[in-house]
Design a protein around this ligand. Sequence first.
Ligand code: SAM
Length: 248
Amino acid sequence: MFTAYRDIFQKRGHLYHQAMTLYPQARTEEFHHVVRMADLKDGEIVCDVPSGGGYLRNFVDRTLSFIHLETSEVFADLCRDNGASNVLLGTLEDIPVETGSVDKVISLAALHHVDEKERFFSEACRILRQGGTFTIADVRAQSAVSEFLDGFVNEHNTMGHKGNYIHAKTQEEIAGCGFVIMESPLIPFHWEFDSPQAMGGFCQMLFGVDKADSAQVVEGIRKHVGYSVERNACRMNWELLFMKAKKR
Ligand SMILES: C[S@@+](CC[C@H](N)C(=O)[O-])C[C@H]1O[C@@H](n2cnc3c(N)ncnc32)[C@H](O)[C@@H]1O
């Protein structure tokens, strides 16, 4: 299953990156939530895993040493093209980083692609120094977002979409891998655009929707998660479960 999803991002990583490049501010609120929760301090070593095209560092106003870990060559190359240094290619269950060498690990919007999450949690714990923190944000099981992804996106993406979403037991799994859970809020927020058309185009690219046009994507969004339009802003409803855990 690890390979299957890596293959999917080998195929649609470019499109995902195109969405993130054309609409760099769309997910600002989401990045700000994860950065605030990680409580980054100047001089820290932060591992962004998996980093995609290295978007997180654009939302950080601290002087940090980033390690960008990617599992797909496509994203690793895009991450380097995006100006990120220290980009490593590896797997989530075998991160090529020294034991106890990192202050913070951040993982945004990836966990629902991972079946054997505990192997990843153990690796995150291994690379962290004692007292270092692991901040995760991902889609909660049986939420409007998971239903949008496994419903609308699954039906309109040739490669399909089937997530292994996070739930209450995920916290126990994290704790069992050497962590103490510090907080785990469910946070609703928005993705922001100039217009519904821009929102439809962004989601079409981000989720690799190739069996619906952007107007149909807008309708899918309306039906599953909802959006509002006010003056020149279109705000799409989104929600993730954020979890912060400290290495024991
Ligand atoms: C949706 S992107 C998230 C990238 C970035 N963190 C962001 O928020 O935009 C998902 C990432 O997970 C990686 N990925 C997906 N499934 C994986 C798996 N089963 N094992 C390892 N990496 C995976 C992909 O390479 C990709 O970088």
